[in-house]
Design a protein around this ligand. Sequence first.
Ligand SMILES: C[S@@+](CC[C@H](N)C(=O)[O-])C[C@H]1O[C@@H](n2cnc3c(N)ncnc32)[C@H](O)[C@@H]1O
Length: 296
Amino acid sequence: MDDQRVDDQRSGARDPRSVAARIDTSAAHPRGLHPRIDTSVAHPARRYDYLLGGKDNFAADRESADRLIEAFPTMRTWAMENRAFLRRAVTHLAGEAGIRQFLDIGTGIPTSPNTHEIAQGIAPDARVVYVDNDPIVLAHARALLSSTPEGATAYLDADLHKPHEILAHPELRGTLDLSQPVALMLVAVLHFIPDSDDPHGLIAPLIQALAPGSYLVLSHVTYDFVPRETADRLNQIVGSEPFRARSTAEFATFFDGLDPVDPGVVPVQEWRAEHEPQPRPTSAEVGGLAGIARIG
Ligand SMILES: C[S@@+](CC[C@H](N)C(=O)[O-])C[C@H]1O[C@@H](n2cnc3c(N)ncnc32)[C@H](O)[C@@H]1O
């Protein structure tokens, strides 16, 4: 792990409005690792970091990702296109849609530009609450807390399986005003929630808690565009990890009852990508879906 990044001077640790000062990443372990970090088993956040070319990953993550790349050689294209969707989505929401509050659940290891950097680059008063359940993300959270003076950021070490805890968390309540619109972001997260954990039931209270004019932002892995053998191979590699790719029709149900934002549910690389380098990668190369809908 790049400890230097954790201690980065860009961090919001001295900012009284940030929670960085309360994140104890030093309580550690000789290598500076958080006691909950198990480096022997592949973790989604670290594997994704590796796919994006980051340095905050370990041998088990790299081995697992390399096996996925072997089965699906354009796996890195998915990761990069997913990240590009996040950038375009936040740009749209902070810009055209005028959103000033973001709840980014399943944040991932900081990857610049992060949600607050994009949003505050457009609206310096934007307020962002990040949530992730992986201790490696917590260990790097300071990089997520470098807010503008006008805006604010906070990080919650919390789990999507407990939406009511997220909503009641004092850091969330101190950072976001839930009487005003919020963009709820679950970007490349819901595929880690199997059907048996009721993903619809987990996001329902979050959606219900948000004011009219809020938005739901989702992206998701799909096997709709890959051969059956590839899908089977990928499922074998992730093995016992909770993971569920969903079809376009299944993914679309997460937006039921909400007002779709143009262009609706589309392959992730196609979402408002007119200004991206052309031609766009194909759906078979990416294997992801995305969409945004307005709440209320
Ligand atoms: C593939 S990364 C996506 C990061 C970022 N949203 C993006 O799209 O670039 C998925 C993240 O979701 C987090 N995650 C998975 N399950 C979660 C849960 N139940 N609660 C909170 N975070 C979760 C993982 O720890 C990981 O950091």
